[in-house]
Design a protein around this ligand. Sequence first.
Ligand SMILES: NC(=O)c1ccc[n+]([C@@H]2O[C@H](COP(=O)([O-])OP(=O)(O)OC[C@H]3O[C@@H](n4cnc5c(N)ncnc54)[C@H](O)[C@@H]3O)[C@@H](O)[C@H]2O)c1
Length: 351
Amino acid sequence: MQLFDALTTHDHEQLTLFHNREQNLRCIIAIHSTVLGPALGGVRMWPYAGEDEAIEEALHASRAMTYKAAIAGLNHGGAKAVIIGNPETDKTEPLLRALGRCIGSLNNRFIAMEDVDTTVDDMDQLQVETDAVIGAHGGSGDPSPFTALGTLHGIRACLNRKYGHTDIARASFAVQGAGGVGYHLARLLRDAGAKVFVTDINEQRIEALVDECGVEAVPMQQIYDVDANVFAPCAMGGIINEDTVPMLKCAIVAGGANNQLESNECGTLLERRGILYAPDYAINAGGLMNSALELDGYDPDEARRRVATIYSILTRIFEIAERENVPSWRAADLLAERRIAALGQIKLAHY
Ligand SMILES: NC(=O)c1ccc[n+]([C@@H]2O[C@H](COP(=O)([O-])OP(=O)(O)OC[C@H]3O[C@@H](n4cnc5c(N)ncnc54)[C@H](O)[C@@H]3O)[C@@H](O)[C@H]2O)c1
């Protein structure tokens, strides 16, 4: 990989390699942007096949975080830390403490958060060495309920766009995944009086939801063409693809999962079929809004207030899409890019 070419492609600010021989720490921290403020990013640990794969993930995910933080209205940029190693066998207290010291050396340009294969306990270890960590014990807690709540607000904006009302009870929903986000979303939808279909690989999770709030279980493949107004992906990425788009009977795709579109073209394909798409990183930003509040002094009421802004964020995205005749995924990118550009200009001014 030509490193500076890779950094130039998406205008990354910084790529740092940290090494500690005694602890076998090999960590890459990519900082995409600090224009809006200190860059937030997950710490991931994975036995990457090679350094290029690890660097590529760090570059890709840090840029995605810049967009997510920007669209969420946060005064933060995007970053990502990846540790090359097996989280089952290589994750030790000294390794995490060493990483904490590395993060501290970045002087608050990077603020670390939990991610795939890291835990709240791991954030505790980092926090022994640096304050540049959120999501440790005693912090803002599990983000999933806030991600689900934000998704609910986003769904209301979608209903308004498509049907001219925001009444959840007048719509039906197909929820894919009953984990942290899907479980809470299904409950919120049922509490609001909606008809809800749910699927999950894990049958116990489905049974629990059926018993608790009367959702209807459907087999995994049927979730795409079940007769519901809204398809809410809350499991994994890539589920909007050339195979699934023709199957969908819904009028709206709006869910909490990351990276729902296999490619941007699939988002365009959805719109050609007349299906409204809520850009994933905007509608699922509630968990991030909640976690980031730790840096201002955490307050759950304030977190709920901020998460409710996802309604107006989605509304603005749909307005841009209509006015500029672009798909909603592109309108979301434009909204994020314009906020970064405008606030970047303010910082350049010499008042
Ligand atoms: N947790 C958050 O706050 C948060 C925030 C933003 C985005 N997300 C994204 O939302 C999605 C779900 O996150 P989560 O925290 O709920 O994860 P989770 O692991 O708690 O839940 C995922 C659920 O999906 C199920 N699942 C996996 N494959 C499936 C399949 N093929 N069909 C149906 N169900 C399947 C799993 O059994 C599990 O119950 C992910 O894409 C995640 O990146 C989560």
